[in-house]
Design a protein around this ligand. Structure first.
Ligand SMILES: Cc1cc2nc3c(=O)[nH]c(=O)nc-3n(C[C@H](O)[C@H](O)[C@H](O)COP(=O)(O)OP(=O)(O)OC[C@H]3O[C@@H](n4cnc5c(N)ncnc54)[C@H](O)[C@@H]3O)c2cc1C
Length: 373
């Protein structure tokens, strides 16, 4: 084979999509139905927001998300603090049917797809439940729990757990994504209600065990049934389905090219780590991986160009996100600290933080933060 794309989530199918049809490519994934079950809130910032989030990217056409994948579109984030105070921030998202999107992009790529479980990667060989595969290039897009990153000794990411229900009869504004912070509500992370349209919503919490003695199940139960500011939207809601998963919340791998292996997406912790937003980053990374591999085969290009492009387009926003995530860890262990920092923060600051921009206030106060808390 010329190329194996190992793992067909977001990064994998965007790599398949950009890989030349003249190459001998196989995409492999363990799932019977690609992208299913959906373990995701399914929000993708619109093209307008992506221009601000990744200002160096230049070509934003990836974010012309087809209407056929969209279940809803939102234009506001309502951000709740533990005492119920909330700020509304203008921020647009597509809410997508993520599994349908993955399946369609994979099919339209025209490349071969096989159902296989990756077990190990050793000496240039990919071991799966069906045997051994070899290729000139391996795109490792096998997600947050990447077998390939583990086999190469690269997986050392800090992660957050997450648990999510799809609920129906959710009574919230369908143009608003709700985010809730607080130690009780989502230790070290945040809770969300994401309206999918027709009264359906993705309702979930992030959870970091170092900030809590409870279980993620208990925390989600409280979010859904007890916490007044989320419960106000969920009084009549019923659970349709449940999923649990992990999200990397670390900085990305320093280098994403290792010999003939190219990492894309969660497998290399390419994520906006303070929000857990990985879809747009995985789209960009998968697409770039495919383009660099095409150049490798047809224009004598070097795989290392991929690392240069990632540095140019993603490095600054992802490291800024990581800075915010680390900063958040200073406050997340106590509700009082969260409320204290809330007093210093306004909607404009939050809007900047969500766009991976550092408000002047944080720049100014950063050296003194430890004294304030
Ligand atoms: C609960 C939750 C909610 C989230 N909500 C959002 C959101 O709303 N917006 C957003 O931007 N980000 C969100 N994220 C993050 C986002 O889902 C990921 O960052 C993104 O999916 C990463 O894409 P990926 O292609 O790298 O990995 P994935 O999409 O996870 O794809 C990895 C693929 O590899 C396959 N695979 C894994 N291991 C093996 C194996 N051993 N053998 C074969 N195949 C394998 C999997 O089946 C999967 O198809 C959320 C994450 C979680 C957990």
């Amino acid at each position: 084979m010329d190329v194996i794309v190992a793992g067909l989530g977001i990064a994998g199918v965007f790599a398949l999509r950009s890989l030349s049809k003249s190459l001998d490519v196989v995409g492999i994934d363990k799932r019977e139905k690609l992208g299913h079950p959906v373990k995701c809130g399914e929000i993708i910032p619109t093209k307008k927001e992506m221009k601000r989030l990744l200002p160096e990217l230049g070509d934003y056409s990836l974010f012309d998300i087809s209407k056929r994948f969209e279940s809803n579109k939102t234009d506001v984030i309502s951000f709740f603090f533990p005492n119920g105070k909330s700020y509304d921030i203008n921020f647009e998202f597509h809410v997508v049917n993520r599994d349908k999107m993955i399946q369609k992009i994979a099919k339209d790529s025209g490349h071969k797809i096989e159902r296989e479980v990756i077990l190990d990667y050793k000496n240039g060989r990919l071991y799966t439940n069906k045997g051994i595969r070899e290729a000139k290039i391996l795109i490792a897009s096998d997600g947050a729990n990447s077998r390939i990153a583990k086999s190469l000794g690269l997986w050392n990411y800090e992660i957050s757990s997450a648990k999510q229900f799809v609920m129906r009869n959710v009574e919230c504004d369908y143009r608003t994504v709700y985010m809730f912070i607080g130690k009780e509500i989502s230790p070290g992370a945040y809770g969300w209600i994401i309206p999918k349209g027709n009264g359906f919503a993705n309702v979930g919490v992030g959870f970091r065990s170092k900030f809590s003695n409870e279980s993620v199940h208990r925390v989600l139960e409280r979010f859904v049934k007890e916490f007044p500011y989320s419960f106000q939207f969920l009084k009549r809601a019923e659970v349709v389905s449940k999923v649990g998963a992990i999200v990397p919340i670390d900085k990305p791998l320093e280098r994403a090219v290792h010999g003939n292996v190219i990492f894309a997406g969660d497998s290399a912790s390419m994520i906006i780590s303070h929000t857990g937003g990985g879809i747009p980053i995985s789209m960009v990374a998968g697409n770039l991986a495919g383009e660099v591999v095409n150049k490798f085969f047809f224009e004598n290009g070097k795989l290392e160009e991929y690392d240069l492009l990632l540095k140019k387009f993603l490095k600054k926003p992802l490291l800024t996100a990581f800075f915010f995530r680390r900063l958040w860890d200073l406050f997340a262990d106590k509700e009082e600290k969260i409320l204290k920092i809330m007093k210093l923060t306004n909607a404009r600051d939050l809007e900047k933080i969500l766009h991976c921009e550092i408000p002047w206030k944080i720049k100014l106060l950063y050296p003194f933060l430890k004294l304030i808390i």
